[in-house]
Ligand binder design. Structure first.
Ligand code: NAP
Length: 228
């Protein structure tokens, strides 16, 4: 099991974007050291300083390239559009040995983003597992959480289903979910990520039909998991 937040570094690849920046903010707020990864270190430095301003300088957020961020981190989060998923992972996979990879990617294929379209591997997370091999544990999480409120203090009305390659990896990811202030659930093996990733297209569909922008999901009738 990994150590407490203050000793851990999380790299957020694509942390300059909507979802990645919101998650990075929440982890920095919880006391993790956060590295914003980007294809452009300049862009990453700007995003990191935006987050530091929101946190009034009280946290450690640094911008750098995706590879440098992955090399320096204990935990690597990938939050890029599906079209960039494979290339991003191929470019950093040598830095993943013994680390936890948290995949936030949804395999949306524009323009039909409200239709479930899974890749041949089964899901984006399973594709990630194929790319990184046995060197890293892979979990899938946050696919159903809209970025909208992540950069604020408002409650995010959505649970997080965590699937992954081992129970230990899922437990580590659940600690990260808790640090964001959301409720996470162990949703089983990585093969189950197809359902969670697919749910995002269902939520996009609901947003379109009912005039919302951030439909979410809740697990009901189960006692809320405790942190311990
Ligand atoms: N937005 C949401 O509400 C939400 C919710 C749940 C899950 N997700 C998933 O999270 C992932 C990121 O979503 P997002 O909305 O944050 O995306 P985004 O803002 O469009 O992009 C995130 C970052 O990915 C990098 N990127 C973009 N195009 C790229 C390309 N062609 N090649 C390499 N890198 C590229 C960019 O970083 P650099 O230019 O700095 O490299 C960008 O800032 C997606 O898979 C999405 O499905 C999003």
């Amino acid at each position: 099991m990994l150590n407490g937040p203050l000793l851990l570094t999380i790299a957020v690849l694509g942390g300059t974007g909507k979802e990645g920046k919101g998650l990075a903010y929440r982890w920095a707020r919880a006391g993790y050291r956060v590295l914003i990864g980007s294809r452009s270190s300049e862009k990453a430095v700007t995003a990191a300083s935006e987050i530091m301003q929101l946190l009034e300088g009280s946290s450690s957020v640094v911008g750098t390239t995706n590879l440098n961020a992955a090399q320096q981190a204990d935990i690597v989060v990938v939050a890029v559009p599906y079209s960039a998923h494979r290339d991003t992972l191929e470019s950093i996979k040598t830095a993943l040995k013994g680390k936890l990879l948290v995949d936030v990617t949804v395999p949306l294929i524009p323009p039909k983003v409200s239709k479930v379209q899974m890749p041949p591997a089964g899901s984006a997370a399973q594709e990630a597992q194929e790319i990184v091999g046995a060197d890293a544990e892979v979990v899938a999480a946050f696919q159903n959480v809209s970025y909208e409120y992540l950069l604020g203090e408002e409650e995010v009305d959505c649970d997080v289903l965590v699937t992954g390659t081992s129970k230990k990896a899922r437990a580590e990811a659940l600690t990260l979910v808790e640090a964001t202030g959301l409720t996470g659930w162990d949703a089983g093996p990585i093969e189950n990520s197809v359902v969670v990733e697919g749910l995002t297209s269902v939520l996009i569909n609901i947003n379109k039909q009912y005039g919302s922008t951030h439909a979410g999901i809740r697990i009901t009738n189960v006692p809320k998991p405790s942190a311990d």
